[in-house]
Design a binder for this molecule. Structure first.
Ligand code: NAD
Length: 311
């Protein structure tokens, strides 16, 4: 009889987390302090980016943060964009800065990422934060990998000594997730295999079924099929793909990278798309903003480094 997977309900979890943040923000503002403030910079009018940013701004409002959406035309020069970022870096009333990706071709995203102050880098993309994360030092962790690990933790999914296969090695999802899953502490301590676009398809088919936990962040709908999943595995689908669907008013449906129906009959846990990792990413962005705020207000609660975690 096929297994029927439990749904890792990112929507519900993210609401729980947002309510926790909201309660904390309410205490902060009741004590007379200002609310945390997130600035989002949106360059151009890409519909998916607009919808992501809108969602982030709405979430800020929900938890009681102040938020600023700075829209810039797609013709903005790199220097003009960097100047805006520096302005927000210098503004003591701004705690977190995000620049929505992708950016137009003429702008180098790495330069933008490196210009955001590491203490305001609530996406966790700055090389300083990536370095700290890699060495397991307290820092602003990248939002999507943090959301994935938070899900595993809140659903009590063991990771220690498990084999985790990560499909995709992007700098914002696959690679940091692979590092966080292999680090000391919980969730973590997993044996990790990372695959990418140069992993031959046959190899991918051989490696994926070895995973107790399979985390997929590629951007190819249906890449991971049921034959590639071991019975009882935990499957995290990060992919968000717009697939043409005439039955929808919008003309498209959102699909993950995993062939959800058949895989959900084999897996023990699975994230839906939408409603899985996506909302967790937003919740972690808010959590990072609150942490950045607390650090700059001397209310920081960065955990102390312990020897056993330094691995
Ligand atoms: P990216 O485009 O930067 O990288 C894709 C990765 O997939 C690359 O590392 C590439 O080597 C790898 N890849 C390509 N073909 C492959 C194959 N056949 N086998 C194995 N690996 C292969 O992607 P990204 O920014 O990590 O995004 C991936 C997907 O996740 C996209 O659909 C994106 O929309 C989605 N995403 C979702 C969230 C969220 O919050 N849910 C956040 C970020 C990205």
């Amino acid at each position: 009889m096929p297994l029927s997977a439990n749904i890792l309900d990112g929507k519900k979890l993210s609401t729980d987390i947002k309510n926790e943040i909201r309660a904390e923000v309410s205490q902060i503002t009741q004590s007379g302090k200002r609310a945390p403030h997130l600035v989002a910079i949106l360059v151009g009018g890409d519909p998916a980016s607009q919808s992501y940013v809108r969602n982030k701004m709405r979430s800020c409002e929900y938890v009681g943060f102040s938020s600023t959406l700075k829209r810039l035309p797609s013709t903005v020069t790199e220097e003009e964009l960097l100047e805006k970022v520096r302005k927000y870096n210098d503004d003591p009333d701004v705690d977190g800065i995000i620049v929505q990706m992708p950016l137009p071709e003429h702008i180098t995203p790495q330069r933008v990422t490196q210009t955001i102050l590491p203490t305001k880098d609530v996406d966790g993309f700055h090389p300083v934060n990536v370095g700290l994360m890699t060495l397991n030092f307290p820092c602003l962790l990248p939002a999507t990998p943090q959301g994935i690990l938070e899900m595993l933790e809140r659903y009590n999914i063991p990771t220690k000594g498990k084999h985790c296969v990560v499909v995709g090695r992007s700098r914002i999802v696959g690679r940091p997730t692979s590092i966080m899953m292999s680090r000391g502490g919980h969730p973590g301590e997993a044996t990790v295999t990372i695959t990418h676009k140069y992993t031959p398809a046959e190899e991918l088919k051989r490696i994926c079924p070895q995973g107790d936990i399979v985390i997929v962040a590629v951007g190819k709908p249906g890449l991971i099929t049921a034959e590639m999943i071991k019975p009882g595995a935990v499957v995290i689908d990060v992919g968000i793909n717009r697939v043409k669907d005439d039955s929808k008013k919008s003309g498209y449906a959102l699909k993950g990278d995993v062939d959800f129906g058949p895989v959900s009959e084999k897996a023990s846990f699975i994230t839906p798309v939408p409603g899985g990792v996506g909302p967790m990413t937003v919740a972690m962005l808010l959590r990072n903003t609150l942490l950045a705020y607390k650090m700059s207000h001397g209310m920081a609660e960065m955990e102390q480094m312990t020897k056993d975690l330094y691995e």
